[in-house]
Write a protein that binds this ligand. Sequence first.
Ligand code: GAL
Length: 419
Amino acid sequence: MLLKKSALLSVLVMVALLFVFSFSAMAQDEEVEIFSWWTGGGEEEGLNALIELFNEEYPDVEVINATVAGGAGSNAKAVLKTRMVGGNPPDSFQVHGGAELVDTYVETGLMEPITGLLEEWGVKDKFNQQILEMSSYEGEYYSIPVNVHRSNAMFYNKEVLAENDVEPPTDLASFKEALAKLDEAGVVPLALGDTNKWPAGQIFETLLVATLGPDGYNGLWDGSTAADDPAVREALVHFNDIMEYVNDDHSALTWQDATQLVHEGEAGFNIMGDWAEGYLKTLGWTPGEEFGWMPVPGTEGSFVVVTDTFGLPKGAPNPENAKKWLKTIASKEGQDTFNPIKGSIPARLDADESKYDAYLRDTMEDFANDTLTPSIVHGSAAPEGFITAMNDTINEFISTGDVDQAFEKFQENHEEYVQ
Ligand code: GAL
């Protein structure tokens, strides 16, 4: 009898344990942790729309939206790296195609190839191949591009320009004239918020494209353009001239703060990636009505590419759910849900253009015709060490104004991290 009782008890314990284990396994299966730095200023809205679509497609899978605030991943990238290296990866994460993905995570063996998934879903040929290639390494693909942003974009407050009789500039010379005119009128000519350094580096990279030309700029990364090319120095000279016209408190502001200066009518121009367009829309503006746009003067015909991608880390806790996330972002519907809000264009070529506003349709056209050049500060052109060194150099240059010193440092950084 005693034996029977204890046997019954152990059966009950086993059943209870089985229940607990299967429940926790089930609970774990029902999650997917997505890591990004899209926390506000228009970025969050795009991500939320994507999560909503995912929830409709997979109602049983809960998205753990893991974000670390800070534009361009200024804080998120370090957190992510610690997690990846420490064997605690999220299920999928935002990463720029090119060096940021390949050097940091693929070459180090931390990512799963996903070529088979692209084939299985029949989407490989649906993407712009130049963009998709930025996610490849030694014949395999490692991430899926959800968008294409333009980093050499400039936005302006139409009313501020009109009130001050300033025409949208057509080249760097007329840009400087426009800046001087706004300055005289007591308006902040160019809004900048570089507390995280990269927005100043981003202006500089677009000026490099302007002075070197797109092919010359691309040559910096394949060895065909030397870092001591006089056009690099010329870009620094333009940068120095333009910095005379930024708001005094630029080093205390974020990119969103700077875009807001334009929105509030305190500033005329803002050079920023077109996530600023997404932000201006969430602030209630309509492209073409309150604000106009153009490529950064001197960069017409060049499209500086920023592409956000998501992949599958090795050891992801919920790989099957991560694949579902990847399938959603790779789909036409996923791309057409996210990008019109985010202020980016789809990486797929079969988008439903009617979902995109006037700015984005214009950008799609430029993207199809321009020469593509990968962004430095947004991770695609050069390794992380170079980005940090270049942003530091530019930051120091803003306070010293010493062109030759900055030129020399640029060359040193290039030699150390790129060549
Ligand atoms: C970029 C990213 C964009 C946007 C921007 C500002 O690096 O690719 O999607 O998030 O930073 O945060």
